[in-house]
Write a protein that binds this ligand. Structure first.
Ligand SMILES: [Zn+2]
Ligand SMILES: [Zn+2]
Length: 199
């Protein structure tokens, strides 16, 4: 079922539309998740699908007037001109990466690499990050030992592990005020973009 007649931007053969065969074991959602495009050319080689064909997404295919003959009058003999039009395949837009940009900026501004090395060194020296407990935690710790922490604290200062800071890496993300989950999602979108750019 083709509404528009696209031709392969490479070899000018008519593109075939991708449709699920009735014998497919996949449900339509699985099929959509695994598909490599809306159209394909079985004359051109591609790397994104097991078929080895070249795939195209409809939203990036454009039928344009041929720049030589302009689509009016006699079509020219240009290698990609079909009745005065050419099919072009637009590049996918490069994903926006605000959080990665923020991370890059923070790396330069805060020299997080040097800070990270210092924190690693502290760890190797047996130095752990600790903080003073809150009043509530003080009471909890005291209760668990059956003592009043106030009197104990007069002899030894009490600290609790700085949990919530986690690894050096997650500490640095926090220091730089960069959301790690967003960074990971943006890295995924770049990976997807790179895959999409392959023929
Ligand atoms: Zn082709
Ligand atoms: Zn032309």
């Amino acid at each position: 079922m083709t509404t528009k007649k696209y031709h392969c931007p490479e070899c000018v053969e008519p593109l075939k539309s991708v449709h699920q065969s009735s014998s497919s074991m996949l449900n339509s959602e699985q099929f959509d998740a695994g598909r490599a495009g809306d159209y394909y050319c079985d004359k051109c080689k591609g790397t994104r699908a097991a078929t080895g064909f070249r795939y195209f997404w409809e939203d990036r295919l454009r039928i344009q007037d041929c720049s030589k003959c302009g689509g009016a009058g006699d079509p020219c003999d240009g290698p990609k001109c079909i009745d005065g039009t050419v099919t072009v395949y637009l590049s996918p837009p490069y994903p926006k990466t605000p959080e990665l940009d923020k991370l890059k900026e923070a790396k330069e501004r805060l020299d997080t690499e040097a800070v990270g090395q210092f924190l690693d060194w502290l760890g190797e020296e047996g130095v752990s990050l600790c903080r003073a407990p809150s009043d509530e935690e003080r009471k909890e710790i005291g209760d668990s030992f059956g003592i009043s922490l106030k009197s104990l604290e007069e002899i030894i200062p009490i600290f609790v592990p700085a949990q919530g800071f986690g690894s050096v890496e997650s500490l640095l993300y926090r220091y730089a005020e960069v959301d790690r989950k967003k960074v990971d999602a943006e890295k995924d979108s770049i990976l997807k973009f790179t895959r999409e750019c392959q023929p």
